[in-house]
Design a protein around this ligand. Structure first.
Ligand SMILES: Cc1ncc(COP(=O)(O)O)c(C=O)c1O
Length: 362
């Protein structure tokens, strides 16, 4: 096989010199971590970008979810989506709470608010929903259910950097919103994550929990953990930030090419509401059935092309969970979905090749 390998994603790397220049001052300050100047600067820039004044830069998007659940004192049942990455469910379990799955809308791929209320019990404490592939959940419906039932809302916005709903950053919704800054994301700090809090009180709690439970230098007020991120990761974020606009533009170009070349194909795409400003984080295609998906994967692999079955499996099927109800939409979509290669400089010829293989195979 002589064709170059094409993977589902390719991490953005800024010019080396820019990163080296950014990290230079670390040798002057000698401060490598623990709320150093670069971490603080990154938080300040992101708070301004999203018009949010309470952001914390943590080690990754999974720890961000765990800290959010812990800060909201969630220990019992959490209504959540079965169609997300495993971290959404595992963070609930890791915090000792129980996930209660509600099926998704087959068009948006997000949790279906119309099915939430029937799963609320006197043990329910929160809703944890994912903005799947950067597509905002029905935040108004979720907010109204939560207020009516006295529940807290956490959004897993791991995929949603720079996504806006009605001109407002998606991170502004929910009691707490989290993001992943993992290397594969639209904006990354190699490893990293963020927590955005609605209230000052919640922010203080998350801050303390992420710093061993410290309050000030001496007092330990809570059972905390070390969720702090460091100067080198913040430096990568500071250098990457100016490129995000171009990265999203590049992704948009690829998505629009896929849209037009696969226009007549019998697969399904995710539906975005018109008032959303997208970030083109993923290009998922839902095939007619799993067999068709497997044929496409095999043919793409034969050309050294590696898409990703994402999300798979539907999280209610995780082997370490107690018996769960069948969730038709999530299970059906997760068996048939494939995320196609997507990164800004994916060559036009490769996009055409991928689409030709898909069209020929199905
Ligand atoms: C929806 C979702 N939530 C949470 C995470 C976890 O983020 P991280 O890899 O930064 O821990 C991911 C990672 O891909 C994700 O896709």
């Amino acid at each position: 096989m002589n064709e170059d390998k094409i993977t589902v994603t390719k991490s953005f790397l800024p010019p080396k010199e820019e990163y080296f220049e950014e990290i230079q001052s670390i040798w002057n300050t000698g401060q490598l971590t623990t709320f150093g100047p670069k971490v603080l600067k990154l938080c300040e820039m992101l708070e301004e970008r999203f018009d949010i004044h309470r952001m914390l830069f943590v080690t990754n998007g999974t720890v961000a979810l765990q800290l959010a659940l812990r800060a909201l004192k969630i220990t019992r049942e959490v209504i959540t989506t079965p169609f997300s990455y495993v971290a959404t469910t595992s963070s609930i379990l890791w915090e000792g709470a129980q996930p209660v799955f509600v099926d998704i809308d087959p068009n948006t791929f997000n949790i279906d608010p119309a099915k939430i209320e029937e799963r609320i019990t006197d043990r329910t404490e929160a809703i944890l929903a994912t903005h799947v592939f950067g597509n905002p959940c029905d935040v108004e419906a979720i907010d109204s259910i939560a207020r009516k039932s006295g529940l807290q809302v956490i959004y897993d916005a791991a995929h949603a950097f720079d996504v806006k709903l009605q001109d407002k950053s998606i991170f502004q919704y929910g009691d707490i919103s989290t993001c992943s800054f993992h290397a594969t994301k639209v904006f990354h700090t190699i490893e990293g994550g963020a927590i955005f809090c609605k209230s000052e009180k919640m922010f203080d709690r998350v801050l303390s929990l992420s710093n061993f439970g410290h309050e000030g230098e001496l007092a330990i007020k809570d059972l905390g953990i070390n969720g702090k991120n460091c100067e080198f990761h913040a430096a990568m974020g500071l250098v990457n930030l100016p490129y995000v606009g171009a990265i999203i533009e590049g992704r948009k170009r690829v998505c629009e090419r896929y849209d037009s070349l696969l226009d007549n194909h019998n697969s399904i795409r995710q539906t975005f509401p018109p008032e959303v400003q997208r970030n083109y984080a993923y290009y998922p295609v839902v095939f007619e059935d799993e067999k068709q998906l497997e044929v496409v994967i095999a043919k793409l692999r034969a050309h050294n092309i590696y898409p990703r079955r994402y999300f798979y499996p539907s999280l209610n099927r995780l082997p370490f969970l107690r018996q769960q109800p069948i969730l038709r939409n999530s299970e059906s979509i997760s068996r048939r979905i494939l995320c196609l290669p997507l990164y800004p400089n994916l060559a036009e010829s490769n996009i055409a090749k991928i689409c030709r293989i898909i069209l020929d195979a199905s």
